[in-house]
Design a protein around this ligand. Sequence first.
Ligand code: FMN
Length: 272
Amino acid sequence: MNSSELMKTVKSRKSVRTYDGNPLSADDRRKIEEYIKEIKNPFDIDVDFTLLDAKEHGLSSPVLKGETLYVAAKTDKVPYADVAFGYSFEKLVLYAWSLGIGTVWIGGTMKRETFQAALGLEEGKRMPCVSPLGYPAKHRSVKEVAMRTGVGADSRKDAKNLFFDKTPDTPLVCDDKAVSDALEMVRWAPSAVNKQPWRVIADGNLFHFYEKQDKVYVNDSVGDLQKVDVGIALAHFVLGLESAGKEVETVIEDPSIKVNTDMFYIATVKIK
Ligand SMILES: Cc1cc2nc3c(=O)[nH]c(=O)nc-3n(C[C@H](O)[C@H](O)[C@H](O)COP(=O)(O)O)c2cc1C
């Protein structure tokens, strides 16, 4: 995808909670099956995807309607597993939407044990989230409309509150279109309860990503959902830059910038 196609995909993607009840076409299913075998993340942590038939495994979610298929994924319980999970799973979300296939990240509104059993989750592994895969229904359910209003799903924080220059108090002014487009893609990323916990402090060609924890969404079976969110944001940034022809590297090199105690360093994207 080139930069403008990716921007279109990122901006038009919305969580889909109401599906038309049809299974994926054989062609779409094959494309998804092929794609999930190839997905990589910069942390070299394996994110292992499985497609699960909803009926066969008795899978459902109280917020969904008309879904027939889910995708679930697992990682080892290792440092950075949640960030890697967010990164890899979001690549699938964007790819699916480029084919017209709807998804919604589900980390809370499901019977976790049923999904974990269907996935055959082993000791030492974690399944932070799942998603349905299917075609959007013509109209959203009443519940879905209410949920979207509840979390302000159609809006995002302003760039000046998310992206900074050298210190966490100076809003970033960016004159490189590839970078400002990639940051706009970060802004429109999905996040748990639409909290958008990513913050970026730029320093020349370095972009340091932080998690701003405003409420702790952490437990052993889910991991840290806001770290998953930052992984999603990193994927949008890196894919955005790469789609504009930039060569980038993602590293873990904490620059030790003085930040508030609710901000945690995650990773740095270097533009080469
Ligand atoms: C890590 C993560 C977990 C989420 N968990 C749920 C969930 O359990 N149930 C749900 O209905 N939506 C869930 N969402 C979807 C968000 O509510 C949604 O992405 C956000 O409100 C923005 O809306 P949009 O995706 O339509 O842009 C989750 C999103 C993320 C990224």
